[in-house]
Design a protein around this ligand. Sequence first.
Ligand SMILES: [Cu+2]
Length: 170
Amino acid sequence: MRSRQSLTAFIFALGLAACSGDDGGTQASDTGLRGSTANVCSGAGKGIAVGVTQQGEAGVFSFELVAANPAPPEQFDNAWTVAVTNGAGDPAPDVVLLVGTWMPDHGHSSPKAVNVTQTADGSFELDPVNLFMPGLWEITMTAEAADGTSDETVFSFCLNGEFPIGGGES
Ligand SMILES: [Cu+2]
C-alpha cells in the first residue's frame, strides 16, 4: 500500500503535467480519468444537499448544511454555511468548528484548507470547500465546545465533474 505522502506526490505530479501542457502519455492516461465526465463513484457516500442534517457520532451536536453555493456542490471552490445545534435544536454556544477534506479512494485531501468563519447568528461559513476533482469526498466536521465537549460527523458524497487534466483550473 502506498503511503499518503507518495499518493499526494503522485497527484501533484499530475497537476504539474497539466500545467506543462505536455505529458507524452505518462501517468495521467494511466488513471483512465483523463477528460472524463463519467460518474466515477456512483452510489458511494451518503449524499449531500442543502438541508441535510447529520447527528455527530457522540450524539452531542447536530450539523446541518443550511446553504451551499453552488447547490448542489460542484467541482472546485464551494461556499457552504453550516449550523451546529445541540440536543435541544438550539445553536450550540461557544463552539469552534474544524473542517477537513479527504478523498478516501485516492488517499489525499484538498490542496486548499477550508477557511471557517463564525457569523453573527452562530452559524459557520466554510469558504472555500475546494472539491478539486471528481470522486468520493469525505468532509469531516468537528465541533469543539468551550467546556471541552467535542463531536464530529462526516459528510460523504460522490462528486461528478471533469478530471482537471488538460484544461480547467491550474
Ligand atoms: Cu482525488
